[in-house]
Design a binder for this molecule. Structure first.
Ligand SMILES: [Zn+2]
Length: 325
């Protein structure tokens, strides 16, 4: 079964990367991100596009768009034009990133929220042309809590204090951001919305289930949240959840390689491939193979999901929610 990793940032511009994806029997969906810390996002998109053009069986891509310019009355029009160019060039969806809600501000000094009217024409356009919207809104709940050793993401916020919202009480709460995203999903009922990273609802299966029940146009990807699943839940609860919502969960890893592989030495690249192979083995095993993984100082039981559920998680749901794939 060729699996689709529905959430990567893989600058795989080296023939050995294609060989690795063949070995792993994998197609990856590269997601554009507008983040200055990650480098020039338009350059990344160009690489993602070239990879998809050259190896459509191994790569696909999702475009994104620049933050609002409140001085430009034609902002939405410009974005829509650029998105349409990217869709014509093969992009299979559009991403909005967490700086909306957590970092960007409006001219009046308030935080820009994802349901702001400035985005509405863009969402309406995506809805009209049938392109899905990947929403990375907010962060894990741990982002709004004091750092605690051993809790998933603690190290990330230690290294990136700028994103640790616990230290910024003036910023929107986690609940406020979830409510703003819910309003987008609700207002645009024909827009397919995929909540990245378990929709930032990793802390509660019930919170995810509530959205799935309320909104038939909402799904989530699992990108970068394997440890959260292992940390928060037992295998029985997860198995029941993944079975019940088998049409709403897209598998993704959030494999991040912003440095192009063409710039690695042969040794660096092969060394890195070792990490990549281990990451995918851990993911495949957890969802698909009976057994246990040692994590959080205990043996975490694998889900070993039934074949039809696994197929949806690894393949079919990505195609259903990103129809261009
Ligand atoms: Zn990502």
């Amino acid at each position: 079964m060729q699996r689709i990793d529905a959430h990567t940032h893989l600058m795989g511009d080296h023939p050995r990367v294609v060989a690795l994806l063949e070995e792993l029997d994998l197609k990856v969906l590269n997601i554009g991100v507008v983040d200055s810390a990650h480098g020039p996002w338009r350059e990344h998109l160009k690489t993602y596009r070239t990879l998809a053009d050259e190896h459509p069986d191994r790569f696909a891509w999702v475009t994104t768009f620049e933050p609002p310019d409140f001085n430009d009355p034609h902002y939405a029009e410009r974005v829509i034009e650029a998105l349409d160019r990217d869709f014509a060039a093969g992009a299979v969806g559009c991403k909005i990133w967490k700086h909306v809600g957590m970092e960007l501000k409006k001219p009046d000094g308030s935080y820009l929220l994802p349901d702001d009217a400035v985005f509405d024409p863009i969402y309406a356009h995506l809805e009209k042309v049938g392109q899905p919207l990947l929403m990375h809104i907010a962060e894990p709940l741990a982002c709004w809590q004091p750092l605690k050793d051993g809790v998933p993401h603690c190290d990330y916020y230690r290294r990136n204090p700028h994103w640790h919202m616990y230290t910024r009480p003036e910023a929107p709460s986690h609940a406020a951001l979830m409510a703003a995203r819910d309003r987008v999903v609700e207002r645009h009922a024909k827009l397919r919305v995929i909540g990245a990273h378990l929709g930032s609802l990793e802390y509660s299966l019930q919170a995810m289930a509530d959205r799935f029940e309320r909104y038939s146009n909402f799904a989530v990807d699992t990108a970068g949240r394997l440890w959260d699943l292992m940390y928060h839940y037992d295998a029985d609860s997860l198995r029941a959840f993944f079975t019940r919502y088998q049409d709403r969960l897209l598998w993704g890893t959030d494999l991040v390689r912003f440095k192009p592989y063409s710039q690695y030495s042969d040794e660096q690249r092969e060394d890195d491939f070792g990490h990549v192979r281990r990451l995918y083995a851990t993911e495949y095993d957890f969802y698909g193979v009976k057994g246990a993984t040692r994590r959080f100082e205990r043996d975490v039981e694998h889900l070993a999901l039934p074949g039809d559920v696994l197929r949806k998680l690894f393949v079919d749901n990505a195609r259903a929610w990103y129809p261009g794939l």
